[in-house]
Design a protein around this ligand. Sequence first.
Ligand SMILES: C[S@@+](CC[C@H](N)C(=O)[O-])C[C@H]1O[C@@H](n2cnc3c(N)ncnc32)[C@H](O)[C@@H]1O
Length: 204
Amino acid sequence: MTDRETHWNEVYGAREETALTWFEDTPAVSMTLLRRAGLTRQSRVVDVGGGASRLVDALLADGVRDVTVLDLSAAALAVARGRLGARADAVNWVVGDVTKWDPSQPMDLWHDRAVFHFLTEEADRAAYVRTMMRALPTGARAVIGTFALDGPERCSNLPVQRYDAASLARALGDGFERIDSHAHIHRTPMGRSQSFVFGLFKRL
Ligand SMILES: C[S@@+](CC[C@H](N)C(=O)[O-])C[C@H]1O[C@@H](n2cnc3c(N)ncnc32)[C@H](O)[C@@H]1O
């Protein structure tokens, strides 16, 4: 197990899902942007670094049948699976690193909330974008949310790279076109505010 996997497994093992700073009961911004990106019941959706997020619950509630949740942390995915009970059987759960993942099928929609910003090395960002390119055929969409320029400098004791809409688009390179962006303030369970930027991108 890598240091990163150990880190994230310890994080999810140490606290309840609802006490994690990134916890949100309802993934409203993500669902709004995924619907804007063309989400249907037939969409193949991947939530990269989905962790214990309730996005998968919202997608299943909308009748989306082909959902993959990928995360470094098996402990995080176990929390989501436990919460969903029998509904978890309809989901493709993958323990893995997004920078190394080889998707078995093309996706229509890519979602990432608060994962890309942990990639502070250029080589890791390039590997992430290569995975996106492999997963998404031309015309597919990606929703990516990171800490904004005035957001926190660290999360979960790790440094992060912060973005605005333009720098996030630049980081993805010329294989993607930004078609929308959205500023969002996340309220942590402790009541702090965290500034996010979300981008909606089209694979060229
Ligand atoms: C701040 S949490 C966000 C979780 C989820 N996206 C949400 O909104 O609740 C970051 C997540 O990214 C996962 N993660 C970090 N680096 C990763 C990587 N290289 N590949 C896959 N998952 C990763 C962590 O295990 C953790 O679940």
